[in-house]
Design a protein around this ligand. Structure first.
Ligand SMILES: [Zn+2]
Length: 312
């Protein structure tokens, strides 16, 4: 990083700006030839320096852009998204100018955030009670990484954990948290939710949502908290493994509906599976996440006549 060079050039630039300020000779008085040549040389050096400073600034900006791009591709399964081929540089957040109401306007690739009519999260109510196929959870102890990606704390998995449903097999790619829970059940909110993001061979997404209640401490979450990275976008690779099956509630009834990613680009066609029984985290465990992310929940979106099914 040529900071030293940058600053010495900047100082030089400033230094020689002063003599050039009186350079115009606007009073029309004759300037002695030697002095004029000297000033011309200074001006030439000054122009050269300006060009060098501009080039260094441009190179540094490029570098920052690349660093951001790299950090984002490291967290390629960032937020709810698992496939972001052309990751935009634009920023988004949960409040103000870059908040959820503005996501669809920040980047054309995120238009669905505003125009979509199958968006998530939703308030889950008036589901039809039917006999739903049990979800075939096939999770086992697996190595993992933890990344604080600036929007949530995310646990990334290699291959080996999957669910099967309606003849499809989806691989668990990552899970992450929201505080408070994004989805509500008949208007009832929960302090947190874990979203387990799965993808099938054709790239279809299925997200299993585990609502969180305050209660006893949770061993899986404790392992994640124990391995929280100190820096944003610097994944931590723990020496222990994680068994996502230990995160699941005992009862396996669920709500299901078609929705979207709850973060930009808000892509639709996501199969949502919201487990009816909440899991428990201790108040201390919830407080740890809340300290990092006091509010990282998208508001509920219009259901717009979508069918919601729920286990009897
Ligand atoms: Zn999520």
């Amino acid at each position: 990083m040529p900071y030293n060079r940058f600053f010495s050039l900047a100082a030089l630039s400033l230094g020689i700006c002063l003599p050039t300020a009186g350079f115009a000779g606007s009073d029309g008085s004759p300037v002695n030839a030697g002095r004029a040549a000297e000033l011309a040389a200074i001006r030439a050096r000054h122009d050269q320096t300006e060009r060098e400073v501009a080039a260094i600034m441009k190179a540094r900006q490029e570098e920052i852009r690349r660093e951001r791009g790299g950090a984002r591709s490291k967290a390629a399964t960032g937020g709810d998204a698992t496939a972001r081929p052309a990751e935009p540089v634009e920023r988004w957040s949960y409040e103000g100018e870059t908040g959820p109401q503005r996501w669809g306007k920040i980047n054309p690739a995120w238009a669905k955030c505003q125009s979509g009519n199958r968006q998530s999260p939703i308030d889950i109510r008036e589901g039809i009670q039917v006999e739903l196929e049990p979800i075939g959870f096939d999770y086992k102890p697996t190595s993992f990484t933890v990344v604080n990606n600036g929007h949530t704390v995310q646990v990334n998995f290699g291959a080996g954990n999957r669910i099967s449903l309606t003849g499809r097999t989806y691989e668990l790619t990552q899970f992450h948290f929201h505080h408070p829970a994004e989805e509500t059940i008949g208007g009832r909110g929960f302090p947190m939710v874990a979203h387990l993001v799965h993808k099938d061979a054709e790239g279809r997404l299925a997200v299993v949502a585990l609502l969180v209640e305050s209660g006893a401490s949770n061993a899986v979450v404790q392992t994640v908290w124990n391995n929280l990275p100190l820096e944003v976008n610097e994944p931590l690779v723990p020496i222990v493994s994680l068994d996502a099956s230990q995160l699941l509630p005992q009862r396996r009834e669920y709500y299901t509906y078609m929705g979207s990613l709850t973060t930009p680009p808000c892509s639709e066609g996501v199969l949502w599976i919201v487990m009816k029984e909440p899991i428990r985290l201790s108040p201390q465990q919830i407080a740890i996440f809340a300290r990092l992310y006091p509010m990282n929940a998208r508001p509920v979106q219009a259901t717009a006549g979508r069918l919601i099914k729920e286990s009897q």
